[in-house]
Write a protein that binds this ligand. Sequence first.
Ligand SMILES: C=C(OP(=O)(O)O)C(=O)O
Ligand SMILES: [Mg+2]
Length: 403
Amino acid sequence: MTLVTDVSLRKILDSRGNPTVEADVHTERSGFGRAAAPSGASTGEYEAVERPPGEAIAAAREHAVPRLVGNAYAGDQREIDAILRGADGTDDFSEIGANSAVAISMAAAKAASDVLGAPLFQHLGGTFRGENFPIPLGNVVGGGEHAADATDIQEFLSAPVGAPSVSEAVFANAAVHAAVADLLEERGHPSGKGDEGAWAPSIDDEAAFEIVAEAVELVSDDVGFEIGFGLDVAAAEMYDADSETYEYESEGISRDTDEQIEYIADLVREYDLVYVEDPLDENDYDAFAELTEEVGDRTLVCGDDLFVTNTERLTEGIDRGAANSILVKPNQIGTLTEAFDAIELATENGYDAVVSHRSGETEDTTIAHLAVATDAPFIKTGAVGGERTAKLNELIRIADDAT
Ligand SMILES: C=C(OP(=O)(O)O)C(=O)O
Ligand SMILES: [Mg+2]
């Protein structure tokens, strides 16, 4: 293991044009790792705190960098991340910022893999990691917090569950994205794109369901393997706590919790949805449990804002039967160690892990390696767009190298 000799931090651009934190970690024996923090728009109430990058960088320089340099070993990820936690001193990284923390945590892992001369996924996963590759969930139509004047449901996700390889899955999602564009044009809804590169047409959810269902069927027939689709409802964003209703503004419909559960369950059955993320509010474990009881045997009910990559919240979900899958975003919790722990706890309890990008991204590819290292069955990282294809192409390269 090699000693950290330098940690530097800077502001770089993310895909929305906002500043974000990038970290460089140097070690003895010329190890070098660089990583950048992503950023959410539909962030969960219980996520670790992202501070304005300038403040996060200043605080990390003051509190974390001196504790790491000359003291920590890059290959000992748990030690690095414990130092970050100790330097921060809060429960939610509100001192150094989860953005500084996650950038340093990921950069340290990359520096360690650099010294070892092993790819990051192998350093993180070890020799005996599994041989599976994640199925990419690709966002093809979206709205919510990711695009104005578009669907209420945040993401309609192509899910090439029958793809024989990662590469074919990635290209299938791009083909569905293209097929959606053709169908939108044909129906008189030419469209721009939202934050994650999904089409963001000014149509209601019902019209989007029809178009996405048709697009996945067309592409599935063409490629000869099964492609399903799923959703990220991001329901916390449409939940009104005062009226206790879910507000579907484009359709002018309000649903109470029971109606929301039935609506989602009906959608799962009607469209054979393979995946439903955050179908209910982030505080409503009971409603999650009810929906999971109803459709959990036929689809993944995934907690994103519900669990925020946090093992305490996941433990509560497991105890209460809420969801059967967890979204894993390292910046929601602040360190790779804790993202790993969340995946491990999920897997031990029969919950599928879905490693995920954020709506604000950079060219950083760490999540592709994290998904492979942990044998995560799914990765959600868009379908097109440079900051999305950075991860997708990295997955193709990893699979190519590994076979
Ligand atoms: C990727 C997502 O969006 P954001 O990064 O805006 O939270 C999500 O909600 O799953
Ligand atoms: Mg989500």
